[in-house]
Design a protein around this ligand. Structure first.
Ligand code: BTN
Length: 226
């Protein structure tokens, strides 16, 4: 695992996309500040300088790329577990790519790339930020707001990178099967959404939704709560 650090960059996802050909599998790009941080659905990802954690992981390993449908939700679960280890309760994964504490968003994940060549998993976690300006669809929170403790970002990142690296490797080799954990921490379970009522998560990590036309399996896209 190689880590490339920037004090400032446009977007860590954009950097890995630009440079993917010359970089190794599992290269991590991190930044203290992004001038053009990307969110999903063409939104921006705003994050104060030196306050939070922003990084992207380059995946070039074919076996992991083949499992791309699961990667976003598994990364969400790993971030969930890591955040919960800071003694925060009610941390859940909003399928397929956000981490919530109670009803507030603490982390967003953006998967980009070119299947089957490479994937970039971008992760933004609110850690030491306490004030959020602008319009947010979901109220943001941070590790500091939830724990009343200022977090040592260097330690936080180091532990998180090692954890993600190890668990993704085990998952690739079929030695880590997170489905039950993901089902347990499924924020949307039982909730009414724009597509219908969420029943569960399927074996292939798609979402099982009860619609007017019957049960449907949803494998991509953003689900909006009612
Ligand atoms: C979302 O919730 O809409 C996804 C947000 C993803 C933000 C991260 S921060 C690191 C990486 N670089 C980016 O430009 N975006 C992702």
């Amino acid at each position: 695992m190689k880590i490339i650090h920037f004090n400032e960059i446009d977007s860590t996802n954009a950097y890995l996309i630009r440079e993917h050909a010359s970089l190794d599998n599992m290269t991590i790009c991190e930044a203290d500040f992004q001038s053009a941080g990307k969110g999903r659905e063409d939104r921006v990802w705003l994050s104060k300088r030196y306050a939070n954690v922003m990084f992207s992981i380059l995946i070039k390993d074919k076996e992991l790329i083949d499992k791309y449908a699961a990667l976003s939700v598994i990364t969400g679960l790993l971030v969930r577990n890591y955040i919960a280890s800071y003694e925060i309760d009610n941390v859940t994964v909003k399928w397929p790519n956000d981490v919530y504490v109670n009803d507030k968003k603490i982390c967003g994940i953006l998967l980009q790339g070119q299947i089957p060549n490479y994937l970039v998993i971008g992760v933004g976690i609110n850690v030491n930020q306490t004030e959020f300006e602008g319009d947010y669809r979901k109220t943001p929170t941070s590790v500091l707001l939830e724990t009343n403790r200022i977090i040592d970002l260097r330690r936080f990142k180091k532990g998180l990178y090692i954890y993600i690296d190890e668990q993704l490797d085990l998952f690739k080799r079929g030695l880590y099967e997170p489905l039950n954990e993901i089902r347990k921490y499924n924020y949307l379970k039982g909730k009414e959404t724009d597509l219908g009522k969420v029943v569960d998560i399927n074996f292939d990590y798609s979402l099982k939704v009860e619609t007017k036309e019957g049960i449907k399996d949803v494998s991509t896209g953003e689900i909006k709560e009612k």
